[in-house]
Design a protein around this ligand. Structure first.
Ligand code: GAL
Length: 416
C-alpha cells in the first residue's frame, strides 16, 4: 500500500507541476483550405501534447490580407494573440512597434542558428534577437498541370517556355476545356505576374525590377514583354475566374476541368488532401522559363509580448515545436512546402518536394534564389500593396494599355 501511495503522490505532483505550467496560446493564421487546415491541425496537436490549450484564430482569405487587417485591430486594442502568421519585412514593422517578444532563449536552446539558412534566420530577427519562428519554405514559381486534360487536348509534354505554353493552352481551349484555372483576386494575379516576370526576364531582371525597384528595369523593354505575356494568359482563363478562391482553382485542375494553374506549392497541399500523386495524377513543373530559379516564400509566426508566465511558457513551447523536426516533417508533408530546418530527412517527401529541396540549395549558389514579392518576402508592405494593385488593375482592365501598365507599376514602385 505504501508503494502505491508514493506512486500516487508522484503522479499528483507531476500533474500539478505540468498543470501549473500549462498555458493557452491563441494563434492567428489564414490556413483555412483543405490542405492548409490539415497542416495547421498538426501544430495544434503538438501544442496540446505539451499540455497547453490551443485557441484557433483562423481568418479566411488566401494570401493573408484579411488576417493582417484583423491582427492590426487586435494589437491596437492591446489584445494581441500569442502568435500570428506574419512573414518577411512585415516582421520588422511589427518589431519596431515594440510589441514582439524576444524568443532568443528558445532559439538558443534549440540551436536555431545552426539549423537555418542565414538568409532565413536574419528575416526572423530584429536587432539580432529572434522575434519569429519560421515554418517552411514554399516555392511560388510552380505550374500545376493535369496530365489527362493535356492528353485529351493532344498536348505532348509539359511546356517549358512561354511559346510552348501558349501553343498548349490554345490546344486545350480548342478542345473545349479551360486552359488556365485562375482565381481573380489581386494576390493571385500578382502571383502569376511574378512568375511571368521571372520566366521572361530571368532572376537578375526580377531582382532589379521587383526587389531593388530599379526604375530602369521597371520601365525596360523586358517589362513591356512581361506585361504582353501576362495579358495573353488572361485570354485562357474562364469567365467565372473573378473572385474565385485559389483552392477552388486548384480543384478545377484536380477534377480535370482545367489544364494548368500558376500557384505556389500550397496548391500541392490540395492535391495531397485529395489523395492525388504527382507524376501520376498531376504534374508539378517550373513555370515556363523559371526552371533555374526559385521564388521562396517562408511562412513564419511572430511572437507577441505576453504578461502571464504560463502563457509565455506555452508560447515558448509553440516556438520550439514549430522548428522541431517532428513538426517540420508532418506539417510540410501536408502543406506542400519543404522544411525550413536544415538537414531534414526527405525520404517521406514526394518528387515535387525533393526537386524543390534540391533547387533551393542549387539556386542559392547560382543567384536563381529570389524572394517572392507577391508573398511579402521582398519589399515593404506599402509598396508591395501598391504594385500588387497596379498589376491587378492591368489584369482586370483591358483598357489599360501595356505602356500604361508599365508606367503604373513603375509609379507604384515609388510608394514610400
Ligand atoms: C501564402 C502563404 C501560404 C498560403 C497561401 C494561400 O502567402 O504563405 O502559406 O497560405 O498564401 O493562402
Amino acid at each position: 500500500m505504501l508503494k502505491l501511495s508514493k506512486l500516487a503522490q508522484a503522479v499528483t505532483l507531476m500533474l500539478a507541476g505540468s498543470a501549473a505550467l500549462a498555458g493557452e496560446v491563441e494563434v492567428l493564421h489564414y490556413w483555412t483550405s483543405g490542405g492548409e487546415a490539415k497542416s495547421a491541425a498538426e501544430l495544434k496537436k503538438i501544442v496540446q501534447s505539451k499540455g497547453h490549450t490551443w485557441k484557433d484564430f483562423a481568418v479566411a482569405g488566401g494570401g493573408g490580407d484579411n488576417a493582417a487587417t484583423v491582427l492590426k485591430s487586435r494589437v491596437v486594442a492591446g489584445n494581441a494573440p500569442a502568435a500570428a502568421q506574419v512573414k518577411g519585412p512585415a516582421i520588422q514593422e511589427w518589431a519596431v512597434e515594440g510589441v514582439l517578444a524576444n524568443i532568443d532563449e528558445t532559439a538558443k536552446a534549440e540551436k536555431w542558428d545552426s539549423l537555418l539558412p542565414k538568409v532565413v534566420a536574419d528575416v526572423m530577427k530584429y536587432k539580432g534577437n529572434y522575434v519569429a519562428a519560421p515554418v517552411n519554405v514554399h516555392r511560388v514559381n510552380w505550374m500545376w498541370a493535369n496530365a489527362a486534360v493535356l492528353k485529351k487536348a493532344g498536348v505532348a509534354g509539359t511546356p517549358k517556355t512561354w511559346d510552348e505554353f501558349f501553343a498548349a493552352a490554345e490546344k486545350v481551349k480548342k478542345a473545349g476545356l479551360i486552359a488556365v484555372a485562375h482565381g481573380g483576386q489581386n494576390w493571385q494575379d500578382f502571383t502569376t505576374f511574378e512568375s511571368v516576370a521571372l520566366g521572361v526576364g530571368g532572376a537578375k531582371f526580377y531582382d532589379d525590377a521587383l526587389v531593388k525597384l530599379d526604375q530602369k528595369a521597371l520601365t525596360s523593354p523586358t517589362m513591356t514583354k512581361v506585361l504582353e505575356t501576362f495579358r495573353k494568359i488572361k485570354g485562357y482563363t474562364d469567365a467565372a475566374a473573378p473572385g474565385r478562391d485559389w483552392n477552388l482553382a486548384t480543384a478545377m485542375v484536380i477534377q480535370e476541368k482545367a489544364a494548368f494553374q500558376f500557384m505556389g506549392d500550397w496548391a500541392k497541399g490540395e492535391f495531397t488532401a485529395a489523395g492525388k500523386v504527382p507524376g501520376k495524377d498531376y504534374i508539378c513543373a517550373a513555370a515556363p522559363g523559371t526552371a533555374n530559379a526559385f521564388t521562396f516564400n517562408v511562412d513564419s509566426f511572430v511572437m507577441f509580448k505576453l504578461k502571464d508566465a504560463s502563457a509565455q511558457k506555452a508560447q515558448a513551447d509553440l516556438a520550439a515545436a514549430i522548428m522541431g523536426s517532428q513538426f517540420q516533417e508532418i506539417f510540410n508533408l501536408n502543406k506542400g512546402s519543404i522544411p525550413v530546418r536544415l538537414n531534414m530527412d526527405m525520404a517521406k517527401f514526394d518528387d515535387c518536394a525533393k526537386l524543390s529541396a534540391k533547387d533551393f540549395v542549387e539556386t542559392a549558389k547560382t543567384g536563381g534564389l529570389v524572394p517572392s514579392v507577391a508573398h511579402e518576402m521582398a519589399i515593404k508592405p506599402a509598396v508591395q500593396g501598391a504594385i500588387k494593385d497596379a498589376v491587378s488593375q492591368f489584369w482586370n482592365d483591358e483598357k489599360v494599355s501595356v505602356a500604361d501598365g508599365v508606367k503604373n507599376i513603375a509609379k507604384a514602385a515609388t510608394t514610400k
